[in-house]
Design a protein around this ligand. Structure first.
Ligand SMILES: [Zn+2]
Length: 296
């Protein structure tokens, strides 16, 4: 009898705990990097769905009807901003009646003066802020503040996870700065597929050359390719990378014509499904390791 009672009370206790612990809040993030940072800060209190997954290209993404349903049933929608997401995705988010925040808010943007964008008649900001871990402090704080706003009871929880994450961002930056400082300035030159590393370039004084511009919707002309090949030869560039989200054809062609072998793959705008770039911190670490090894 006693045993039955204790089993019963245990069952009641579990049910009670379950009722007190609210179900995780559904949150939608536009792409994998933002989704991961949100998970790191939100922990068990939220359930993050990512619209544009690992190894997918946000610049080229077409909105699906399942995305609309997902956004409408969320408590919060997180977008990167500075033009990373298509206008249709931004509009759908704004019209969903769910709070929307832009993670880049408050980050000083770099203005693009890319040849591919001359016809636009307006300034375009570079959306790839995640390639500088120093800027990611603001990004992470924006996410934490948005979570606190929709879930004030979790304030202390989110703040403590944010503090922990910021410490890891600090360590990541210190480590990257040291790795790049070991390479002579004249050797800090890299060829990549598209122009995703402007913020990293500025932070660590690296020159990136990218035949495909920022969004890679325009293929470079034969003349542009010839000029890049000249640049590689004249400047003695040894670090040549393909990207996880881009077709490697252009880089392969340049590599073939210059006789420079491809150094590896960078994770520019999306995480990988497993190792080596399953989280933002791992992604950045993997890129810095690959870049510094190739530039030496
Ligand atoms: Zn990009």
């Amino acid at each position: 009898m006693r045993r039955i009672i204790s089993v019963l009370s245990f069952t009641f206790l579990s049910v009670f705990i379950h009722l007190v612990q609210a179900a995780p809040l559904p949150v939608v993030a536009s792409f994998s990097i933002l989704g991961d940072v949100t998970k790191q800060i939100g922990g068990d209190r939220i359930q993050v769905s990512t619209l544009i997954g690992a190894d997918q290209d946000t610049h080229m993404y077409q909105l699906l009807s399942k995305d609309l349903r997902q956004m409408r049933s969320a408590k919060l929608i997180l977008l990167n901003g500075y033009g990373l997401e298509s206008l249709s995705l931004q509009r759908a988010a704004e019209q969903s009646h769910v709070p929307v925040i832009y993670a880049v808010q408050g980050i000083q943007p770099q203005v693009l003066n890319d040849g591919n964008h001359k016809h636009d008649h307006q300034h375009k900001y570079d959306p790839h802020v995640w390639n500088d871990p120093v800027l990611m402090h603001t990004y992470a704080r924006n996410i934490a503040n948005a979570l606190i706003k929709i879930d004030p009871a979790g304030k202390a929880y989110y703040q403590s996870r944010l503090a922990n994450y910021e410490q890891r961002l600090n360590q990541l930056h210190q480590w990257a700065a040291k790795a790049f400082a070991a390479i002579p300035a004249s050797k800090r030159k890299v060829l990549t597929g598209h122009d995703a590393f402007g913020y990293m370039a500025k932070r660590y004084q690296i020159t990136f050359i990218a035949p495909q511009g920022v969004s890679a919707d325009a293929e470079p002309s034969a003349r542009q390719v010839a000029s890049i090949i000249n640049q590689i030869r004249n400047q003695n560039i040894k670090a040549v990378f393909v990207e996880n989200i881009k077709n490697p054809k252009m880089i392969q062609r340049i590599s073939k014509e210059t006789g420079i072998k491809i150094s590896g793959q960078l994770y520019s705008d999306a995480l990988s499904k497993g190792a080596p770039a399953a989280t933002y911190l791992d992604m950045f670490r993997s890129n810095v390791s690959a870049l510094s090894a190739a530039m030496k």
